[in-house]
Design a protein around this ligand. Structure first.
Ligand code: UD1
Length: 417
């Protein structure tokens, strides 16, 4: 029998927790360690399933991994093969990011087409078109991408969409290219910026001006030490949970300046959010008010908080509208929230109408992806009665110590086999 999370809801969350480094930053940073043979130490690396997948990936490509302290990873050694193992890429889309470092260092790379979360079509056309602009020959056989470039050449690249993964992929190729690369309409997510800062720490020449990234390629990068950016999505998930339970608690070790999208929406909904230098205190004594949410690339509202905030809005006063514009199918939480008494309609594949009710009730529900899972946990914590969540493997991909963190905030929940 699979693992279940049993939540006895209705307890207002209180206390203080802290969040570790961002999954979406740690993954590209680990892929980028392939760009040098010198030792790299990363701190504040979250102990997550997806991070484990990326560590296995770079290990299978030749790297050695040590963990000298909790949440610290030291990566040494060089590349021994340029063929990425299929099972790891199928598990997690971000593994596709090893393509550019392998290509840039070896001149050829073979990487299967990626899998990952079940949230709509997630093609890699932008990655491949961008790499072609840098002089890469791309072919595809049996679901594997084969990329070849003896010498990557800098170029101007315009992205039709500011894709996070594409911007990261192209940055890692451009640091190995001859001459200058300008990426126009690049993603501005803080995690992309974290990769830029990390590459600069390793000796790369990268400048960022809003959505334009300029890279002057260099022969070799050196080793270095870097601390991963705090996880704004995990932090946001906890903040929403505190609000949904009518609680009063603080989320620490965050960077409030990159969380304004959520902070300001929560305040608009009548919830008090106090910013400290590296903490956010949430005070919510009453029912939140309805909101309009539209997900967009950064600095817009993050798609990764769409499902969590939708859970909050199911118990808000009035009718909320949620528009998902980043992914074409990211409503896996809706059917499950309905089982808990949520009144949600889906007038089209990118919109939710949520009529707030004055309370959810516990039910048996299933997580279908990382953030949908987080949304169900939030709903369960706010609901009356007992909620049973299955599909916990998805949640473990993106949240470390989720159960312990909520227990630290006085919630009543436990995992059972
Ligand atoms: C990253 C994050 C993910 C987040 C997303 C958007 C990581 C490991 N994951 O995913 O948590 O939800 O950013 O903030 O950092 N697209 C194409 N062609 C491409 C690439 C993307 O059409 O070649 C489309 C996707 O299908 C999607 C949209 O662009 O609809 C955004 O994707 P992208 O920004 O690339 O997200 P990821 O890097 O996959």
């Amino acid at each position: 029998m699979s693992e279940r999370l049993i939540i006895r809801g209705g307890t207002p969350l209180e206390g203080r927790i802290k969040v570790p480094g961002a999954k979406n930053s740690a993954l590209p940073l680990l892929a980028a360690t392939l760009l040098t043979d010198e030792p790299v130490t990363l701190k504040n690396v979250p102990p997550l399933k997806d991070v484990g997948t990326m560590l296995s990936m770079i290990q299978q490509l030749g790297k050695r991994i040590e963990k000298p302290a909790p949440m610290t990873v030291r990566v040494t050694g060089g590349i021994e093969t340029n063929r990425a193992p299929e099972e790891l890429v199928r598990k997690m889309r971000a593994s596709f990011l090893v393509l550019s470092p392998l290509l840039g260092r070896v001149g050829e790379a073979e990487v299967p087409l990626p899998g990952g979360c079940n949230i709509g079509t997630r093609p890699v056309d932008l990655h491949l078109n961008g790499l072609s602009r840098l002089g890469t020959e791309i072919s595809q056989t049996d679901g594997r991408i084969i990329a070849r470039a003896n010498n990557l050449q800098g170029n101007e690249i315009f992205l039709d969409y500011p894709s996070v993964g594409t911007t990261e992929q192209l940055l890692m190729a451009a640091v190995r290219a001859d001459g200058e690369t300008d990426i126009y309409n690049g993603a501005q997510e803080p995690e992309v910026r974290d990769l830029v800062d990390f590459l600069v720490e390793l000796g790369a020449d990268v400048e960022v001006d809003g959505s334009i990234l300029t890279v002057r390629g260099s022969e070799e990068l050196h080793g270095g030490e870097y601390e991963v950016l705090p996880d704004r999505i995990a932090a946001g998930t906890y903040m929403i949970a505190i609000a949904a339970t009518g609680g009063h608690a603080t989320v620490g070790e965050v960077r409030p300046s990159i969380m304004k999208q959520l902070t300001l929406k929560m305040r608009k909904s009548g919830i008090t959010v106090n910013e400290g230098p590296d903490s956010l205190e949430v005070i919510s004594g009453r029912r939140p008010k309805n909101l309009e949410i539209r997900t967009l690339p950064y600095p817009g509202f993050p798609t990764d908080l769409q499902a969590p905030v939708s859970a909050l809005l199911t118990i808000a006063e009035g009718k909320s509208v949620v528009k998902e514009t980043v992914f074409d199918s990211r409503f896996g939480h809706v059917a499950e929230l309905r089982k808990m008494g949520a009144d949600i309609s889906v007038p089209n594949s990118s919109t939710l109408f949520i009529n707030g009710t004055d309370g959810l009730r516990g039910a048996k529900v299933e997580a279908t992806d990382i953030r949908a899972g987080a949304s169900l946990v939030i709903a369960g914590l706010a609901a009356s009665g007992t909620t049973e969540v299955v599909g916990l493997g998805h949640i473990d991909r993106g949240y470390s110590r989720l159960v312990e963190n909520f227990q630290d905030l006085s919630a009543q929940l436990e995992k059972k086999i």
